[in-house]
Design a protein around this ligand. Structure first.
Ligand code: GLN
Length: 556
């Protein structure tokens, strides 16, 4: 903690999933645009030590940082909105806090004291907040969940105390709440917000700023009403209306004066915001001159958050190519079963992507998609599991090893072209034991990967237990598989591609965790660029217009 760091604590009210993370991230964009040094931290009240062991159904994607933390997906928003690499200390959970306190207790650090929630747990929380704020002007700290959750109480108590530890002039409380539109009455309702603030005040926190998530515009009267009930001045009540692209949120809030208000209230010295590039990016995103269709073939098509960073990165690739993109989510199991809609989606695609994954469900469908992309020369980007199945597909259908497999799904195959990494064997513990975080990948010249990155070595983030089996390397290479990226320390194959194909690249790492809206990841940029070539030079019909869309979901 530096003496001058200011703190913004963001809490949520009424319900979760109203985009509190995006508001926190947008605040970051507004501060960064004023030349301030910003960091963002998420405090998650759940008891899991990290998000690594959580099911996508409950928690969406697991985001991975350079230093190998498996974190909440909000960290992805933060990195994308402030364009900084964050790490382990940027995501704290109840599990981590209690883990640290129990360790101290066992060591005898508490010198005979009875260890309690206040002050020991709250001190530990405050310590982790101070820890991330070194060398920053502003630390934005988002508390997960909503006010009123039992497990959130120690966190709220800690941020309440924080104000008195560092001085009230250095702390701002921002409360993000829902102002629902009640269709039957044709009205927006402020009552849930009143209740949520009441709850917050009962804990001892008076919000300085309220940000209302709404479907409709908030009238002056409504703002007045919220202000009256909550003691928050009218100029500190903001509306964050639903928008077409989440990247619009910073500008919407800036327009209402949020950035200046924060700077003023925290006594910061900051220049005028430079949001020009960001604005232009959003403009391009909203009115693209042409659009390509990309299919993402995965396991969780109904879940918006399951492939969040992938979807964002495809958007970044489109921004870099000055075009728009329609993303079709295809359920790999439906492809496996030969469902018409799923097949129509493939045949309508200018590019196909198979993302990361685990386990057996839908893998034959993924293989089908990969075979389709390879044989029909449709651009393909395979990520992690999508790389491993690309190797299996090649082994089966080009080399004719019909039982080729990954030992993750078939441990007894006679062609284990993907197998468990040495250090994973016998590993019983699930949490935090994969090959995680950034590792070096050396690229081979005159390959598509090289022409995307234009450098010899790159750092990319990983999350896997299985790897390309080097035992089959020569045979696969002789048959035309190009190994274009490799880890120099361990000779792990990191990227494979195909020679006689316009663009077929599959990587063991996760490029989606390093892509940013203003700096698309090179592989996503080139992948979308190759899809654009296809859309301009080939007649790919949009068969999706004709089929029922129950089994594929499309978002533009
Ligand atoms: N299940 C595969 C592995 O563990 C791929 C992991 C992933 O796609 N993130 O190696």
């Amino acid at each position: 903690m530096s003496e001058n760091t200011r703190y913004i604590f963001v809490t949520g009210g009424v319900v979760s999933s109203i985009g509190k993370g995006i508001v926190a991230a947008s605040l970051g964009t507004l501060m960064k645009a004023r030349g301030l040094r910003v960091t963002i931290q998420k405090l998650d009240p759940y008891i899991n030590v990290d998000a690594g062991t959580m099911n996508p159904y409950q928690h969406g994607e697991v985001y991975v940082t350079d230093d190998g933390a498996e974190t909440d997906l909000d960290l992805g928003h933060y990195e994308r909105y402030i364009d900084e690499n964050l790490g382990k200390s940027n995501n704290i959970t109840t599990g981590k806090v209690y883990g640290a306190v129990i360790e101290k207790e066992r060591r005898g650090d508490y010198l005979g004291d009875t260890v309690r929630v206040i002050p020991h747990i709250t001190d530990q929380i405050k310590e982790s907040v101070r820890k991330v704020s070194d060398d920053t002007d502003i630390a934005i700290v988002e508390v997960g969940g909503t006010v009123g959750d039992i497990e959130g109480l120690p966190f709220l108590e800690a941020i309440r105390q924080f104000k008195y530890d560092v001085g009230p002039e250095r702390v701002l409380y921002v409360h993000v709440t829902l102002v629902p539109h009640i269709g039957a009455a044709g009205e927006l309702k402020t009552k849930p917000t009143q209740h949520s603030v009441k709850e917050l005040r009962a804990i001892g926190i008076q919000p300085d700023v309220i940000i209302c998530r709404t479907e409709k515009n908030l009238s002056d009267d409504m703002i007045g009403k919220i202000s009256l009930y909550t003691d928050v001045p009218k100029d500190s009540v903001f509306a964050s209306r639903d928008v077409q692209s989440i990247y619009e949120v910073p500008m919407r809030l800036e327009k209402q004066g949020l950035g200046d208000l924060v700077v003023r209230r925290l006594g910061l010295e900051a220049g005028a915001p430079d949001l020009e590039t960001w604005k232009n990016m959003v403009k391009k995103l909203k009115k693209p001159p042409e659009t390509v269709r990309i299919s993402v073939v995965g396991k969780y098509i109904e879940l918006k958050d399951a492939y969040l960073s992938i979807v964002e990165s495809i958007q970044h690739g489109a921004i870099a190519n000055d075009i728009g993109v329609e993303i079709i989510r295809v359920d790999a199991s439906h492809l496996e079963e030969g469902l018409e809609e799923a097949e129509a989606a493939l045949r309508s695609s200018h590019g196909i992507l198979v993302p990361g994954g685990f386990g057996a469900r839908g893998i034959e469908g993924k293989i089908k998609a990969i075979q389709y992309a390879r044989e029909n020369k449709i651009p393909y980007l395979g990520i992690c599991y999508g790389m491993q199945w690309a190797v299996v597909e090649f082994a089966r259908n080009v080399l004719g090893w019909s039982d080729a497999h990954s030992t993750e799904v078939d441990p007894d195959t006679s062609h284990p072209v993907v197998f468990e990494m040495k250090e994973q064997k016998g590993q019983k513990q699930l949490g935090g034991t994969m090959r995680l975080g950034a590792y070096t990948c050396r690229l081979r010249k005159k390959t598509k990967s090289w022409s995307a990155y234009q450098v010899q070595e790159v750092q990319e983030r990983h999350r896997h237990r299985f790897e390309f089996n080097n035992k089959f390397r020569t045979e696969l290479e002789d048959a035309g598989l190009v190994i274009s990226g490799e880890n120099p320390e361990r000779y792990l194959v990191e990227v494979v591609e195909l020679k006689d194909h316009p663009w077929f690249v599959a990587c063991q790492f996760h490029p989606e965790f390093r892509s940013r809206p203003l700096r698309a990841h090179p592989l996503f940029r080139e992948f979308v660029g190759a899809a654009l070539q296809v859309s301009r030079t080939q007649q790919i019909p949009n068969l999706l217009e004709k089929v029922v869309r129950d089994h594929v979901s499309v978002e533009a």
